[in-house]
Design a protein around this ligand. Sequence first.
Ligand SMILES: Nc1nc2c(ncn2[C@@H]2O[C@H](COP(=O)(O)OP(=O)(O)OP(=O)(O)O)[C@@H](O)[C@H]2O)c(=O)[nH]1
Ligand SMILES: [Mg+2]
Length: 278
Amino acid sequence: MLLRLALVSWDRTPAQFRRYGEVLQTVAATPPTTKRVLVVLPTYNEADNVILLSGEVLAQDPAIHVLVVDDNSPDGTAELVAATAGDESRLHLLRRPGKLGLGTAYLAGFRYGLENGFDRIFTMDCDFSHNPKYLGRMLQALDSHDMVIGSRYVPGGGIENWPWHRRLLSAFANFYARTLLRLKVRDCTAGYRGYRREVLESVEPFQIRSSGYSFLEEMAWRVTRCGFSIGEIPIIFEQRKAGASKIESSEIYLAAWYVLATALHPPPLPHRKRDTLD
Ligand SMILES: Nc1nc2c(ncn2[C@@H]2O[C@H](COP(=O)(O)OP(=O)(O)OP(=O)(O)O)[C@@H](O)[C@H]2O)c(=O)[nH]1
Ligand SMILES: [Mg+2]
């Protein structure tokens, strides 16, 4: 099935196909999970990455499904996924009419995961910055934590090939959000995350109005304030190799403003945490 997934995309993405054989050989032999797992990949112009990355994610565990949430990418990302999904029952596509932002793409993924009975719901960037090889460890961490973050800022974690100014910006954004929102997690702007479904049912993520980085910071804040535990698994974050960044610099200022507003006027939260750990 996975081989067919790659074959369908041969015409459009020969480079992705060539690397696919290597992928199958390198997947770690971790014991398969008994949970139903959804990995949400938000995409905007990720045709160079989406097929190979989906294949790598699906290869990590037979229980994993992938949902691509695409915002009508002009480069044909959705068409590639649609052509491939016909032969791969664990690959799903949600098309949206236009570029509606990363935050609402996460929410669409959460809704899909909850409505379709998934126990564990992950998010990751579709540009290979988040290596799928960490999914197994992150899944295991969800046995003892309510939420898990693939973290650059815990021992063993790090960043590869980022220029100094991006490192500085990321470190400052984390310091700023952690201080203002009084968060203990080290990497609160990371998009590589996993949630137990009960967490998403409890913290009312659909009330979040912000997008991008501040969406992620507010999620970490909600999860913490509602009394859930967050585990961090060290990852090496890699600079994207194909395609271009979609995050605009204005989003950084917006996120800074939004974090300040959340700290000064916290939105109402549900009162009680549901006990999730089985
Ligand atoms: N559906 C959807 N996906 C988006 C949107 N904006 C960004 N994405 C996706 O969200 C993920 C993160 O965006 P990136 O452009 O990689 O942002 P970034 O990681 O901060 O920037 P780089 O480090 O330069 O890659 C990628 O998979 C994008 O394709 C959007 O408006 N809608
Ligand atoms: Mg990226």
